[in-house]
Design a protein around this ligand. Structure first.
Ligand SMILES: [Zn+2]
Ligand SMILES: [Zn+2]
Ligand SMILES: [Zn+2]
Length: 318
């Protein structure tokens, strides 16, 4: 390895250089070789995919700004794409598990291998989620393109994404959900059918779901007082995912990764859930930590959010 980046610039920081050396060592242990003609570039060739772990930095991201190797791949064109995606996914997590976290290109979702399929990445937990021949519903290894092994699985999966009505207990069709406030402080909401919603407000059949009069009054007063700023759901999602996550949807709803977020994780998680419930997006996948979202846009993003003075944001709704 050499103490230089891709553009011949010296690496001054001992911390960065030592970390690079450790990573190089680690990569070698994991079966990577350093390129002779391009020092600091490591590669591992397999039948299906050639993997690259680049410690030279890039123009957009110098190695001293992010000392993780930049990870990319070259699929064997004779291999079906789903199989190559599986190999990429497995390699990505193998590196992560072995304490060699890598970073992906900002634009990996534009890679021909991933374009047109659902995928998302949770860098923190080294989880790369993509359509790779395993059914998203039952987990069956169906070894083909697409997300599901069968139409039944696809149907069941979408059914499972639907909200359940708090009044009648039945599933609500996408875009038909109404959000009812059980209370405003603390904020508690439930998803209900349009018809069921009326029953809460117009009768006394569901006292547990009815907001208290003074709570409702205080909420209305606050709405009056608050100057609200409208912005689209897309802005909010973008802003959220700028925190830690990247992913994309089939319709190329893109989430960038930068720092400087003003919303709390919970706020946005809730907002995403709401968007999902409202049918604006489908949450394709949620990791054990509830952190990974691959989002599919179901309809035009037209909802507006309210930004309060403290910087938190809520969806303007019923
Ligand atoms: Zn299945
Ligand atoms: Zn109902
Ligand atoms: Zn209501």
């Amino acid at each position: 390895m050499i103490r230089e980046d891709k553009f011949g610039r010296r690496i001054y920081s001992d911390t960065v250089w030592n970390r690079m050396l450790r990573t190089g060592q680690k990569l070698a242990e994991l079966g990577y070789q350093e390129s002779k003609s391009k020092p600091n570039l490591f590669y591992a060739k397999t039948d299906g995919v050639a993997f690259f772990a680049d410690l030279r930095g890039t123009k957009q991201m110098p190695i001293w700004d992010d000392a993780r190797p930049y990870f990319y791949w070259e699929p064997n064109p004779e291999f079906p794409p789903w199989k190559c995606r599986r190999l990429v996914r497995q390699e990505y997590s193998r590196l992560g598990i072995n304490e060699c976290k890598v970073r992906l290109s900002f634009y990996f979702y534009k890679d021909p291998l991933f374009e047109g399929s659902s995928s998302s990445v949770d860098e923190e937990n080294s989880v790369f989620d993509c359509d790779d021949g395993f059914c998203r519903k039952c987990g069956k290894d169906f070894q083909d393109e697409g997300s599901f092994c069968s139409e039944e699985c696809e149907k069941e999966y979408h059914e499972s994404l639907k909200a359940t009505c708090a009044v009648c207990g039945k599933k609500i069709d996408f875009s038909k959900e109404e959000e009812h406030h059980i209370s405003y402080k603390p904020e508690m909401t439930a998803w209900v059918h349009k018809g069921c919603h009326g029953k809460i407000h117009k009768t006394n059949l569901y006292p547990d779901l009815k907001p208290k009069e003074d709570d409702l009054r205080a909420h209305r007063a606050e709405l009056e007082e608050n100057k609200t700023e409208r912005f689209t759901t897309k802005d909010l999602i973008l802003e959220y995912l700028m925190g830690n996550y990247r992913g994309y949807s089939e319709k190329d709803l893109i989430f960038k990764v930068t720092r400087g977020l003003h919303v709390t994780e919970d706020t946005v998680k809730n907002a995403l859930q709401r968007l999902h419930r409202s049918g604006t997006i489908s949450l394709e996948y949620t990791s054990g930590m509830g952190r990974v979202y691959s989002i599919r846009e179901n309809k035009k993003l037209g909802n507006a959010f309210r930004r309060s003075k403290d910087g938190t944001q809520t969806l303007l709704g019923s």
